[in-house]
Design a protein around this ligand. Structure first.
Ligand code: NAD
Length: 305
């Protein structure tokens, strides 16, 4: 079995720069425990890449991603780039990466950790036991459909978006969903609208807890589902657990290291059991910690196990 892996590290903007290093540290720690070697290749993406190269996904970054076994991505975007034309905005980098890497299936588990039941705004009896997997199509649909745009129309303007899927696109994503359901409760609910996957964050208490995997091509991509959170960026306040749980998904789906992935999840649960919380998941009586401390606590817990 392969024991050495190349990981393209694309931390991106805002809190991406704070949470991704914690994910990398967890990988280094689990690597030491399981005899796995990781070769990290950093590359620039999103707003930072626009500032430096005029494009959110420079060719060099794409080349690093394509040559890697997997991509670990933080988040892109921020107010600085909000006014740019949509063709070169930071989030174009995500669409470009998905398209170029052939990533059509996004897996987003939304599981309520029992320790966080009070962090959700929903009532305990409504959310207790929540454990669902959102399987989201990434390369078809409204993000790519043509015609699109805002055009002059009679004496005013008219906006157009087109939601379009081919038979092949629907069949392959349905296959991923049905195969995943076979290993779970054998139920698939088909809904169109990717807003639901963001709304799942409300169930789990915080968007800072939700990991994701994008699969389909040779190189898979792992990232938290949240954005660059400009409101808390640079303040050591961001929750790194979504990134750390994305790293667990990476070990499971791309590196066939189910045991290592389980150990990371257990370490996260252990830290939550001890009452440590970042601000987004804090509730009365818990111990408030920052991004770095949360990462360190997970590693300490991993080493104890
Ligand atoms: P966001 O997910 O960045 O933030 C929404 C809210 O959740 C904010 O209050 C933020 O502080 C909080 N939050 C998010 N992640 C957190 C974490 N790990 N820990 C604690 N709190 C967290 O969404 P937004 O505010 O709509 O977007 C901000 C920027 O991010 C925009 O430029 C947007 O385009 C971009 N964005 C990027 C991605 C991505 O890179 N995948 C996804 C969504 C939004």
């Amino acid at each position: 079995m392969k024991r050495s892996f190349t990981i393209a590290v694309l931390s991106g903007d805002g809190i991406g720069k704070e949470i991704v290093p914690e994910g990398v540290k967890v990988l280094e720690a689990i690597g030491r425990l399981h005899g796995l070697a990781f070769n990290f290749k950093e590359a620039i993406v999103g707003g930072g890449a626009i500032d430096l190269h005029g494009r959110p996904l420079p060719d060099e970054t794409l080349a690093v991603a394509k040559a890697a076994d997997v991509v670990l991505l933080g988040a892109v975007g921020g107010p600085k780039w909000d006014g740019l034309d949509s063709s070169i905005r930071p989030e174009k980098a995500l669409l470009g990466l998905r398209e170029q890497l052939g990533l059509y299936a996004n897996l987003r588990p939304a599981r309520l950790f029992p320790q966080l039941i009070d962090a959700s705004t929903l009532k305990r009896e409504v959310i207790e036991g929540t454990d669902l997997l959102v399987v989201r199509e990434l390369t078809g649909g409204i993000y790519f459909g043509e015609p699109r745009g805002i055009k002059p129309y009679r004496n005013e303007e008219r906006g157009i978006n087109t939601e379009v899927y081919t038979t092949k696109e629907i069949a392959r994503i349905a296959k991923v969903a049905f195969e995943a359901a076979r290993k779970r409760r054998r139920k698939v609910c088909s809904v169109f609208g990717d807003i639901l996957s963001d709304e799942a964050a409300m169930l789990t208490g915080s968007i800072g807890m939700l990991p994701s995997a994008s699969l389909g091509g040779r190189t898979a991509m792992y990232e938290p589902i949240h954005g660059s959170a400009p409101d808390i960026a640079g303040q050591n306040k961001a929750n790194p657990l979504a990134t750390i749980l994305s790293v667990a998904m990476m070990l499971n789906y791309s590196f066939d290291q189910e045991k290592a992935a389980d150990e990371i999840e257990h370490a996260v649960l252990g830290v939550l059991d001890q009452g440590y919380r970042t601000a987004d998941i804090a509730s009365p009586g818990t111990k408030l910690v920052g991004t770095k401390e949360m990462g360190e606590l997970v590693i300490k817990q991993l080493m104890k196990a």
